[in-house]
Write a protein that binds this ligand. Structure first.
Ligand SMILES: O=C(O)c1ccccc1N[C@@H]1O[C@H](COP(=O)(O)O)[C@@H](O)[C@H]1O
Length: 229
């Protein structure tokens, strides 16, 4: 029996070049991420963001990634973004103050309580779950134990951390996230995306969604998007 399920959305993050944006969109990416944190090798500034953002087609979400930014730093980027991604220790009221939809990255440290995080960040559109490495805010290229994600959460789950064309199908089958987010796994160098890897990554996600719709099931079906507000 065939059951249509929502496609797992795809976010390609850490874009710095127009040619990579074109490939990501052509392969079906739903969202494109721009790293607005100067500490990253993938960082761009607001001027570059304005240029890149102008090349993004309508209906593709432009996401700005920030790590404990100043208010003015975010405000300078607002005209070029559809969604804000906070990847540091920002409190919820800070994330909400810009009048844009936002998501909150949660690094999966041992003691993390995702239920509590969903309550704390109740205004977030989703929680983005990333690997935890002390002293590094993200983009580590490392996975975490996906079994630590509860079947039911009050927020949609965006799965991140070390995803690649080789492991994303298993990740989608196991976690059933609302979306997947990749940066290092589709690169040939920091901030330089590899078109073949973007294509392979998106194809894996799309094929897995199709398989799930066709009835394939590695585990009892519960999508982490089904309990969203
Ligand atoms: O990409 C970065 O340099 C970065 C810096 C600071 C915070 C987050 C960063 N990247 C985000 O981290 C996750 C996982 O990345 P990866 O796929 O493991 O490389 C993703 O959301 C990146 O956009």
């Amino acid at each position: 029996m065939s059951t249509e399920i929502d496609p797992v959305r795809i976010k390609i993050c850490g874009l710095t070049r127009t040619e990579d944006i074109r490939v990501a969109i052509a392969c079906g990416a739903d969202a494109l991420g721009f790293v607005m944190w100067a500490g990253s090798p993938r960082a761009i500034d607001a001027d570059r963001l304005a240029t890149l953002s102008a090349t993004v087609s309508p209906f593709v979400t432009r996401v700005g990634l920030f790590v404990d930014p100043g208010v003015a730093d975010v405000e300078a980027c607002l005209p070029y973004l559809d969604l804000l991604q906070f990847h540091g220790d920002e409190p919820a009221d800070f994330c909400a103050r810009f009048g844009k939809p936002w998501i909150k990255a949660i690094r999966m440290r041992d003691e993390i309580d995702l239920g509590a995080a969903a309550e704390t960040y109740s205004g977030a559109g989703a929680l983005l779950l990333d690997a935890f490495r002390p002293g590094v805010p993200g983009g580590t290229g490392e996975t975490f134990d996906w079994q630590r994600i509860p079947d039911s959460l009050a927020k949609p789950v965006i799965l991140a951390g070390g995803l690649t064309p080789d492991n994303v199908a298993a990740a989608v089958m196991q976690v059933r996230p609302y979306a997947v987010d990749v940066s290092g796994g589709v690169e040939s160098g920091k901030g330089i995306k590899d078109p073949l890897r973007i294509r392979a990554f998106c194809a894996q996600v799309q094929a897995t969604t199709a398989a799930l719709s066709a009835g394939a099931s590695a585990a009892p079906f519960t999508t982490k998007s089904s309990t969203a507000n």
